[in-house]
Design a protein around this ligand. Structure first.
Ligand SMILES: Nc1nc2c(ncn2[C@@H]2O[C@H](COP(=O)(O)OP(=O)(O)OP(=O)(O)O)[C@@H](O)[C@H]2O)c(=O)[nH]1
Ligand SMILES: [Mg+2]
Length: 470
């Protein structure tokens, strides 16, 4: 019988990706991963905690050191099967040549199930067969994971054939690319390796699902709060006669962009932490639009709504709103998005991001006799840009496997280089955004709270959709 908290030892040959698998499965980026074989020299348990309660435990182990000698000893063993592993460890614990074999078999002797990891992009060797035979002889429930370190799949069939003889379940699982749903699929397979495990693993899957939904809910609230604060931001400066007005404008504009840029970064970091990327800074694909500054022209070209949707939204809001004026008035104040689209399209004419904010309409800058005021923003496109970027960031944070350390941009997720996803939202959804945009800038607290709840609800639904499609 396995213990109440299911425990799995991740075992295999050195350098095959065992620690990477542990890191990804336990969402723990403190697991030591290294290209040098022999990095892991002792067992270490990585518990998965949900709401402070341990639900499952993965044990990282050193690779087999001397599988042939281990197998020979086991084959010659004549004693009680249930004592075999304990006897093996007793007989070899003082032999440095068998240190790693004793270490990796210890959790199995204590009752852990087995997850055997191989790099399926290399050919099968006799050594692997010896390791599989050792694991079979332990009698523990066991599953094999084929972690293809590179794209070569020509050896897969050999591995699968061999695995069928030794394991209760086999799965392809890439420690560097596995998404949340692939992790859940792996847990589903683990259920099948032993009937005793079924109920307890099912409850682990339920706990994982509830935890992830909670992360989506919290992300929706964090994004909503970031939007509200960014859209509502305003600042003013005294501007007595004789002041250098241009300088003061530039200063306020800079303060504005700094504020929103920082506020956005904080929200992204909060999301990153929700997904337990604590030690390694989440690397975004090199090609990602998220690499661009929030106020860069490229950002506004690729994300946010298309002009026709904005015009529609403007019409719905009434032309009195800033967005209406921006979109519908031709000439200098024609929306920044249109200007950018045109300029970039026109033979790559240079367009400096800073100019985005040069139109006073974007920021609602106004001057009276004594003071200059900036914000709140009048262009709703900022809301969509921030939203698109937050949803993209969420996508990366949720799908970045913890075991992945190389940050190779060639294999990164890049299926985003189109318009941001808000451009495909339905009209009812755009109206929710529109109501939010107007409400957060008013004094009416009750209306603000209602609009925030409504937007957070929409975002939660979107994040759930993202999960279902990923
Ligand atoms: N490209 C790629 N590299 C991987 C993958 N899995 C592991 N690696 C790399 O392979 C190397 C070994 O990974 P580890 O997880 O440390 O392997 P291990 O089996 O724990 O190794 P030892 O502890 O030394 O036995 C590291 O450089 C990993 O980044 C993968 O799926 N794809
Ligand atoms: Mg290791």
């Amino acid at each position: 019988m396995l213990k109440q908290i299911p425990e799995f030892a991740i075992v295999g040959h050195p350098n095959e990706g065992k620690s990477s698998v542990v890191s990804t499965l336990s969402e723990d980026d403190s697991v030591r991963v290294s290209p040098v074989p022999g990095e892991t020299t002792d067992c270490r348990a990585f518990p998965v905690l949900i709401d402070g309660r341990e639900v499952i435990r993965f044990i990282d182990t050193p690779g087999f050191q001397n599988p042939r000698a281990t197998l020979a000893w086991m084959r010659a063993y004549q004693g009680d099967d249930r004592e075999m592993l304990h006897e093996f460890i007793r007989a070899h614990r003082d032999d440095p040549a068998m240190h790693d074999d004793c270490a990796l078999l210890a959790p199995l002797a204590a009752g852990a199930g087995i997850i055997f990891v191989v790099d399926g992009s290399r050919p099968l060797r006799n050594m692997d067969k010896a390791e599989m035979e050792i694991l079979r002889l332990t009698g523990r429930p066991r599953m094999a994971i084929i972690n293809c370190k590179d794209e070569n799949s020509s050896f897969l069939a050999d591995w699968q054939n061999e695995f069928r003889k030794h394991f209760n379940a086999i799965r392809l699982f890439n420690a560097n690319k596995a998404t949340y749903s692939q992790r859940i699929a792996l847990l589903q397979s683990l259920k099948a390796i032993d009937q005793d495990l079924e109920a307890v693993i099912e409850s682990v899957i339920q706990a994982f699902s509830a935890d992830w939904d909670n992360r989506r809910r919290q992300s929706a609230v964090l994004i909503t709060a970031m939007l509200a604060e960014s859209l509502r931001y305003q600042a003013s400066a005294v501007c007595p006669p004789g002041t250098d007005e241009e300088r003061l404008r530039a200063k306020l504009r800079r303060e504005y962009t700094d504020f929103v840029t920082k506020r956005e970064r904080i929200a992204h970091q909060q999301i990153r932490r929700l997904f337990k990327h604590n030690l390694f800074n989440l690397q975004l694909p090199e090609q990602s639009i998220l690499q661009e500054d929030l106020f860069a022209a490229k950002t506004w070209q690729f994300l946010g709504l298309r002009d026709e949707d904005l015009i529609w939204a403007a019409a719905m809001s009434g032309a009195a709103a800033g967005v209406g004026i921006d979109v519908l008035t031709a000439g200098v104040s024609f929306g920044v998005f249109a200007a950018i689209g045109g300029l970039i399209g026109a033979a790559g004419a240079a367009f400096k991001g800073k100019e985005l904010l040069s139109g006073s309409r974007l920021l609602g800058m106004k001057l009276d006799k004594q003071q200059l005021q900036v914000g709140p923003v009048t262009n709703i496109q900022l809301l969509y840009i921030l939203l698109d970027r937050a949803l993209l960031y969420f996508h990366h944070a949720a799908n970045w496997a913890h075991g992945r350390r190389d940050h190779d941009s060639a294999t990164a997720v890049t299926a985003e280089e189109k318009l941001g996803c808000t451009a495909a939202w339905r009209k009812e959804e755009l109206l929710i955004c529109d109501r939010f945009f107007k409400a957060v800038q008013k004094e009416d607290q009750a209306a603000q709270a209602l609009a925030e709840t409504e937007l957070a609800g929409l975002l939660l639904a979107k994040l759930r959709e993202q999960a279902a499609s990923g």
